[in-house]
Design a protein around this ligand. Structure first.
Ligand SMILES: *[C@@H]1O[C@H](CO)[C@@H](O)[C@H](O)[C@H]1NC(C)=O
Ligand SMILES: *[C@@H]1O[C@H](CO)[C@@H](O)[C@H](O)[C@H]1NC(C)=O
Ligand SMILES: *[C@@H]1O[C@H](CO)[C@@H](O)[C@H](O)[C@H]1NC(C)=O
Ligand SMILES: *[C@@H]1O[C@H](CO)[C@@H](O)[C@H](O)[C@H]1NC(C)=O
Length: 462
């Protein structure tokens, strides 16, 4: 339990840590409603830990104090924004650096990419191009991997319980590694090695830094550093191979290599994209299928759409574009699961939200998980209802929050496509069913997942 709260907090502290080096912390409370520190040194950290996660802590805080609240990370004042209205006042569409990536970068102690607005704009374009081209070029591969999973599930007896999270993680690892990093990962052994190192890095990022336990445990620190080094050395090798040559298959790294970035930037960007891309894809696939198993009606409508769009013909990239309802299902999955519940920005110049002054250098949290379940924005917020995205204004709000449209984070854009292909393949042939009596508990980390394995069963459609 402790680890999960620490996980979320650590990311933010790493971000603040990097920043503290540059700027002295602001100690003004600025008159924003909220709580005082429970401990001089740790601020409200014990409250966050006791609430189970940063997201759950923020839910309580916004309930009590309204849309703009404050609390203390250590000795530092933090402001959290918890409604669409106040976020609208703060989100600057000119800021192209994705807050999710910013957090990951500071945790890995990566430094590049802190450049000017125009440089960031260029990188954003490179990323977009990389996502689009690598998915186009690898569409057949994606289809093949989805069909392999389908065949596996078709071979199961109807009563067999399928470990959904595990299968989705495996599927995401296989597809993301090949599309991002290329044919090295046609070899299953390479994928397994990557998955192991990915797991080590991803879980250690979450603990350790905060309480210093990673620094205290020489074994853990060595494991973490070894895993990171192995990931980096694989990437370096691939970057070197792809440089100055043309391959028939375009992978994500090619776009970075062909852009005007130095070697270190290519390495860091491809590391962030593969780390985050794998986990976001895996969790989006898992939650989407989970929600489909619990909503027969949604699954029926999705099957109808898949049937109508593809008929007896093949699944093609052109036709995929017509899966409008499927896109709504995925948006509603991100919303209901609160896939990335918190993001953060640093206040670069003094700002104002409602009547409150936000001092320069304040850490500002976007409590996305709170906003995504706000009944004033989403009627019956706990209901899984893809039809709500029929409404243009709901989609607009969703885009503003960075989950769709031009502000969408590239890893999520990538994940939407991969999940769409997988769902099309599966729903065409299978009915996805929940296991009776199973209660799925949620673990709110940087990316939301289920606490335990999520089991499902499948039956063939006739
Ligand atoms: C949870 O957080 C709230 C602030 O939102 C705090 O007042 C409360 O004490 C915390 N709960 C626990 C069990 O510590
Ligand atoms: C965004 O950039 C445009 C053009 O550079 C500028 O006019 C606008 O004021 C900026 N918006 C914000 C919120 O900074
Ligand atoms: C920006 O990145 C460079 C390395 O690319 C680093 O030396 C510098 O300290 C960074 N500056 C900030 C403000 O983080
Ligand atoms: C790669 O292909 C592009 C156009 O498709 C061409 O302009 C370029 O010269 C080629 N590079 C190499 C190293 O073959």
């Amino acid at each position: 339990m402790l680890d999960f709260a620490i996980f979320a907090v650590t990311f933010l502290l790493a971000l603040v840590g990097a920043v503290l080096y540059l700027y002295p912390a602001s100690r003004q409370a600025a008159g924003i409603p909220g709580i005082t520190p429970t401990e001089e040194k740790d601020g409200n950290l014990p409250d966050i830990v006791n609430n189970g996660s940063l997201h759950e802590f923020l839910v309580g805080l916004h309930e009590r104090y309204g849309p703009v609240v404050s609390f203390w990370f250590g000795r530092r004042l933090v402001v959290s924004l918890g409604t669409v209205d106040v976020l609208k006042q703060h989100i600057n569409p000119n800021k192209t650096l994705d807050p999710f990536e910013t957090m990951l970068k500071s945790l890995l102690k990566y430094q590049s990419g802190n450049g000017s607005g125009s440089e960031n704009h260029l990188r954003k374009k490179l990323y977009e191009n990389g996502v689009t081209k690598s998915l186009q070029s690898n569409f057949a591969l994606l289809l093949k991997l989805s069909e392999e999973l389908l065949d596996k599930w078709l071979s199961y007896p109807e009563t067999q319980h399928v470990p959904l999270s595990q299968h989705m993680l495996g599927f995401a690892m296989k597809s993301v590694t090949q599309i991002v990093m290329g044919s090295t990962f046609e070899d299953d052994q390479e994928v397994i090695r990557f998955q192991k190192n990915h797991g080590t890095v991803w879980s250690e990022i979450g603990k350790g830094f905060l309480d210093g336990s990673l620094d205290k445990s020489a074994t853990r620190k060595k494991q973490y550093e070894d895993a990171l080094m192995q990931l980096e050395s694989v990437l370096k090798k691939i970057i070197k191979e792809r440089k100055g040559r043309n391959f028939s298959q375009h992978i994500f790294i090619d776009s970075l290599v062909q852009g005007n970035l130095n070697d270190q930037q290519v390495l860091e960007d491809s590391m962030i994209f593969s780390l985050a891309g794998c986990i976001i894809t895996a969790k989006l696939c898992t939650w989407a299928i989970c929600f489909l198993t619990t909503s027969e009606e949604v699954q029926r409508k999705l099957h109808e759409e898949v049937d109508q769009v593809f008929g007896k013909g093949p699944i093609t990239p052109e036709k995929i574009e017509h899966l409008r309802y499927c896109r709504q299902v995925l948006c509603e999955t991100v919303r209901t699961a609160k896939l990335t519940p918190v993001s953060a920005r640093l206040q670069d110049i003094e700002g104002k939200i409602n009547q409150f002054i936000i001092p320069k250098e304040t850490l500002v949290l976007y409590a996305l998980g709170v906003v995504l379940q706000d009944p004033n924005t989403w009627p019956s917020p706990h209901k899984f209802d893809p039809d709500r995205f029929d409404d243009e204004s709901a989609m607009k709000t969703f885009s503003l929050l960075g989950f769709s449209g031009t502000q969408e984070c590239p890893e999520l854009r990538f994940a939407y496509m991969v999940t769409t292909v997988l769902l099309s393949v599966l729903v065409k042939r299978l009915r996805l069913l929940s296991v009776e009596g199973q209660v799925i508990e949620t673990k709110y980390e940087l990316v939301t997942s289920s606490r335990e394995e999520a089991w499902i069963t499948v039956t063939k459609r006739h």
